[in-house]
Write a new protein. Structure first.
Length: 317
């Protein structure tokens, strides 16, 4: 259920921020789905109505900037229009389809993969339950699987500042974490905060999951055995696997691979190292394996992807 004023009708500040987001995505988003050089930020541009897409996996925060997208989960089907967002828990399977788009006015959307360790940090700092949610009401936890709403001015402003970093690799490391933190904070303060609160209490295994995420993030270059990691954080291998699967729709080693590839892309875009050196620096022992994983993740070989970003950056200048 949506709350608040429609973006384009009665709130000019929201409308202005949405127009800013449309302009930024129109400038930076190529046709199709793009994983950007900013960690956990992806974009979608479609110039025509699309066939139903693979399900949205989470936890993820997704905003429609322009056009219309149909989402389906369970027996429900809804349409998201410009300014709408959805925050999805990974245990809810959501299928989507772009239904309104054209070459003159393409569909534009942007998403943020939720970093649960950041959620945990912010939850520990806010002084009351997010969005006015009462954590003692456990029945609410059981239904807190997704939230659809209208992006407020603060959400849109923070997201615009994040998207503005595309093509500015020298600023990403310093500013992206700040903007990401603000976006998560804005979500927690909204009605959608209940979904993140639900993830924080999923199966009583949140602390183990966060401990594992923090260790992998700090040691992503290293090879590790899942049995040893589970033992070190005080849980079992099976419980740790289940926690990753339920809350992140991935495995610990897949999460590590994603971190390695994100860091590799950042290094390549900066242009300080060649592909072989970058692969070794992020933990790959085989250059060919690094190239295969990189192409599978980003759609191009490391060298070609770096050239594409450099050409785009020069064109923007």
């Amino acid at each position: 259920m949506q709350n608040g004023l429609p973006v384009n009708e009665e709130n000019p500040e929201q409308a202005g921020q949405l127009a800013r987001l449309v302009s930024l995505l129109g400038e930076h988003a190529p046709e199709g789905h793009t994983v950007t050089e900013i960690p956990r930020i992806s974009m979608l541009r479609a110039s025509e109505r699309a066939v139903p897409a693979k399900r949205i996996t989470g936890p993820i925060f997704y905003i429609v900037a322009q056009g219309t997208k149909r989402i389906a989960f369970g027996n429900r089907q809804e349409e998201m229009k410009a300014g709408d967002f959805i925050l999805s828990n990974p245990d809810l399977h959501i299928n989507s389809q772009v239904v309104t788009a054209s070459a003159a006015k393409p569909y534009l959307g942007v998403s943020l993969d939720i970093d649960l360790s950041l959620v945990a940090e912010l939850l520990a700092q806010i002084d009351h339950a997010p969005g006015g949610f009462d954590p003692a009401t456990t029945d609410q936890f059981r239904i807190a699987r997704s939230h659809r709403g209208i992006a407020n001015t603060a959400m849109l402003d923070a997201l615009c500042r994040m998207v503005e970093l595309i093509g500015r690799p020298g600023e990403v490391a310093a500013l992206a974490p700040l903007y990401e933190r603000e976006i998560i904070f804005r979500i927690l303060r909204s009605g959608a905060g209940v979904v993140l609160f639900h993830l924080a209490s999923n199966g009583g295994r949140y602390n183990e999951l966060i401990d594992a995420l923090e260790w992998i993030r700090a040691h992503y270059v290293e090879t590790f055995a899942l049995t040893e990691l589970a033992r070190d954080i005080g849980t079992s291998e099976s419980i740790l696997r289940r926690a990753f699967r339920q809350s992140m729709s991935t495995t610990p080693h897949q999460f590590q691979k994603r971190l390695r590839l994100q860091e590799a892309r950042r290094r390549l875009i900066i242009g300080a190292e060649d592909a072989a050196s970058v692969g070794a620096a992020v933990g790959y022992r085989s250059v060919s394996q690094f190239s295969r994983d990189y192409k599978r993740q980003f759609g191009q070989s490391p060298a070609r992807d770096a050239r594409s970003w450099h050409i785009r950056s020069q064109a923007d200048d």
